[in-house]
Design a protein around this ligand. Structure first.
Ligand SMILES: *Cc1c(COP(=O)(O)O)cnc(C)c1O
Length: 394
């Protein structure tokens, strides 16, 4: 039935399981264990657990299952496995499917911890990783090989907001039989059509827009039932990166309001981008949902709206960027994104500090670049705050 609902309905009702009490709001089954009626029943469940039968919370839990079913229906995926954080989802999905000798092609513009997993951890176990500029299809074509097992990229890169063509990369990857894993955080489940566009596996850090209110870490791996149950579940349930029932409840409640929040955030991000066009203190205003962005057409075709993050490059470099951050009154200095509260980050000195100057330059992370995650405050107040802080910075 959920397959026939539109996204906003699915986000409120998908996956709901009610106990004998008929509670309206989703119940938190805060239990790690489950009792059996008899020794025979315990034996039977270990042989094969049915739909509503659970063994141990690291393997599954009714509240966690509700979250998995709701987000899977929303994404148009057959199944999902919920994880303790976004990084548990990224590292879990990749490690579960890869082995020594496999080849992976990844875009270079990655969230710092994703880059660490690919560059430092997988290579330690003999996985060969080739990095490409994700927006350059010729580089993907040149890097893909007969032995390429997986392709990994962030569909919209952090913090320079380059859009990677999911359909085009999937076509190239599938031609050599590679599995395409998309970290889709910046697209958000609201704007994502990644599975329909060819992605095999979609990953979210639920910490971002799914919670959207800065409370809990979480993540999710979405894919076919075969991949989730035969490849991901055995790995995750034995290595311990499962989501807690309390977190799943927070994320379920987050999904209910996600579409309203994320659409309002994207509309405000566009309004802010428009208000800053031609500003004397800025050399770049990056927002893929605005017609000034080089990939605006691709963004519109792939996501509809441009997401909730705007990046600004201040002409005065790092000193101006720091003055700007310090002058903001509503927008808060922090490194989360997708939150109801607007947040500003200076990537070069925080999230991307670990990179060399050359790596930063190659990724467009200039000293004046700031990443602004637009919240749900009134857009007029946000625009006024950003403008007064730009005036103070110049
Ligand atoms: C935040 C983020 C992650 C990691 O998520 P956590 O929940 O912090 O572990 C991975 N990828 C992207 C693109 C992110 O923004």
């Amino acid at each position: 039935m959920t397959g026939e609902w539109k996204k906003r309905t699915t986000a409120v009702h998908g996956g709901t399981r009610r106990s004998q009490y008929g509670e309206l709001s989703e119940a938190i089954f805060l239990t790690q264990g489950f009792a059996y009626d008899s020794a025979e029943a315990a034996e039977a469940r270990f042989i094969k657990a049915g739909e509503d039968e659970f063994i141990y919370a690291r393997y599954g839990n009714p509240t966690v299952r509700m979250f998995e079913e709701r987000i899977a229906a929303l994404e148009g995926a057959e199944d999902a496995f919920a994880t303790a954080s976004g990084m548990a989802a990224v590292s879990g999905a990749l490690t579960a499917m890869l082995k020594t000798g496999d080849h992976v092609v990844s875009s270079r513009a990655l969230f710092g911890s994703c880059l660490y997993v690919l560059e430092e951890i997988l290579t330690r176990f003999g996985v060969d990783v080739t990095f490409v500029d994700g927006t350059d299809l010729d580089q993907w074509r040149a890097a893909l090989r007969e032995d390429t097992r997986a392709v990994f990229f962030e569909s919209v890169s952090n913090p320079t907001l380059e859009v990677i063509d999911i359909r085009a990369v999937c076509d190239l990857a599938h031609a050599v039989g590679a599995v395409v894993v998309v970290d889709n955080v910046f697209a958000t489940p609201v704007f994502s059509k990644a599975i329909a566009q060819g992605a095999d596996v979609v990953i979210y850090s639920a910490t971002k827009h799914i919670d959207g209110q800065g409370r809990a870490l979480g993540g999710v791996i979405l894919g076919t039932t075969d991949f989730i149950r035969k490849t991901v579940e055995p790995y995750m349930k034995h290595t311990g990166g499962s989501m807690s029932p309390f977190t799943a409840w927070v994320m379920l409640k987050g999904l209910e309001t996600m579409s309203l929040r994320v659409n309002a955030q994207a509309d405000s991000a566009l309004a802010l981008t428009e208000a800053l066009q031609g500003h004397a203190g800025l050399s770049r205003v990056l927002y893929p949902g605005h017609s000034s962005h080089v990939q605006h057409a691709l963004c519109t075709a792939q996501m509809g709206k441009g997401g909730t993050v705007v990046s600004l490059d201040l002409k005065g470099g790092q000193p101006a960027a720091f003055r700007f951050l310090n002058a903001l009154r509503i927008v808060t200095i922090s490194n989360n994104l997708g939150d109801a509260k607007s947040i500003v980050t200076h990537p070069a000195t925080t999230t991307h500090q670990r990179l060399s100057d050359d790596q930063k330059a190659a990724l467009g992370i200039t000293p004046g670049l700031v990443r602004l995650s637009v919240g749900i405050e009134d857009p007029d107040d946000l625009i006024a705050d950003v403008k007064q802080a730009l005036a103070a910075a110049s």
